[in-house]
Design a protein around this ligand. Sequence first.
Ligand code: PDD
Length: 281
Amino acid sequence: MIIYFNGQYIDEDSCYVSPYDRGFLFSDGIYEVVRYTGKKFFEFDSHFTRLDTGLNFLKIKFSQKDKIPDICEELIKKNDLSDKEALIYIQITRGISKPRNHIFPDMNTLPTVFINATLLPKHDKELENGVNIILDEDIRWSRCNIKTISLIPNVLARQKAKERNAAETVFVREGFITEGTHTNFCGVNNGCLFTAPLSNYVLPGVTRKVVLDICKKINIPFKEEFIKEKDIKLFEEFMLISTTMDVTPVIQIENLQINNGKPGMITGKIQKEYFNILNSV
Ligand code: PDD
């Protein structure tokens, strides 16, 4: 595949990153994952705004950031993905610090910019049949609203899910459910959708925004309120939502079957409307 790396389009196998890159040394960078539908980028501006928020929070200056949309278009073309479902991955780190030093490098240090385009992994079965998930303590830092590449708690928790044949781990912080390792989380109680409020403890998901807009549009009441772990059994439905998982029904949490192990009706309605919007030109 052809990737974009620091101003050039090159073959991914000929790309090398310095061991002094601060992404490698300190996880000092941010990332985004954007969906390409086979016709268009989905919610590109929302992803771009979040990327910009992350750059500002980390105080990384990237003067070329306005070129990102064109680079993404170009990568889709160069990799023959124009009529396919794909994902764009964008990662920007603070660049090179040599020798290693926590303090920011010289002001003129260029950030390291890596962007690639890959085929979207198929997940039709999960969308149709739903998935099992597990719960784990949220040991992440207190700026989960910033999409940094520092993802150790997410990596460990996602691996734990895999080892227990689950699709995702959802984090619990002091009894309150925050979000998944790479997804936002919603539940339905008495016909009302609940999802964690925006704060420094959850990522402001682009899919989350789309789902809440869908609720408004098709008259599903919703509350941006935490679901408590102890209340899970009171809920009829749950779903995972993200750029890579779309709107995926949850049919089991730990040993508790949800909705008799069947995707819920409200989840189905939201999923249908979500794909209508995603696939509209
Ligand atoms: N993850 N919460 C976390 C912790 C995430 O990493 C993500 C996205 C989301 C959903 O955000 P969005 O709807 O904007 O994709 C919520 C990406 C897809 C990833 O890390 O692969």
